[in-house]
Design a protein around this ligand. Sequence first.
Ligand code: ZN
Length: 260
Amino acid sequence: MAAEPLLTRSGQVVGLKYGVISDIHSNLEALTVALEFLSDVDRIVCLGDIVGYGPNPNECCEIARDKATVVVLGNHDAAVTARISPSWFNLIAREAIEWTVEQLTSTNRSFLENLRLVQETPDFIAVHATLDNPLSFEYMRSPYDARSTFAEMDEHQVCFIGHTHVAEYYSNKYDEPTVFQIGIVDGGVVELESDTRYIINCGSVGQPRDGNPKASVGIYDAEARTVTIQRLEYPIEVTQRKMRSAGLPEPLWKRLEYGW
Ligand code: ZN
């Protein structure tokens, strides 16, 4: 018999198993493999940058709309809906943004327009870049950079972020100043200690930049108190072929095979 779901006093379900995806960047092949792997989780959490760079923005938006129950806005999603100016991006990223704007259906555009910057559940808080600046163009790259997000986590023990396309986590024991940064680029399990807070980046589904070209996804088991990072092979050459024929800039499709 299946276990009864755990409820908080306000009636929200806690202790679920969450599939965590981020930075899909219109890469349908990687997203398809990621969701196959996550087919038995209770909820899908998407940390933004559904579009930008890749060849299938509409398909990826439709899947995110259909499958993810928690979705936050990424800076590329914000740029294609003019919530921030594309002029903030480098030239090739901007070219892909302009291409994406032309492709998006009005339904998908309004889906992206209505995404929130931060989402909270009893089990975690989610944001694209950092809690103090959700659409920041700066990257969290060091324990020093992580401090401002730890400062805004309030009672949450776990914060999921994306944006850097690097699978890693930061840990901070309650009431201690030290923050540790641990890479998990080849996958692995993070066992959550009850006396510690965590900022966890499960890596990028559609454009990894941590030297590992495989799609990266996470499973957060809020009852077992573990986060598992898994790297998954996907047919990179299919995505590259589509990007080439769409006329997207060569450095964007080349980088997929190197994971940079
Ligand atoms: Zn991104």
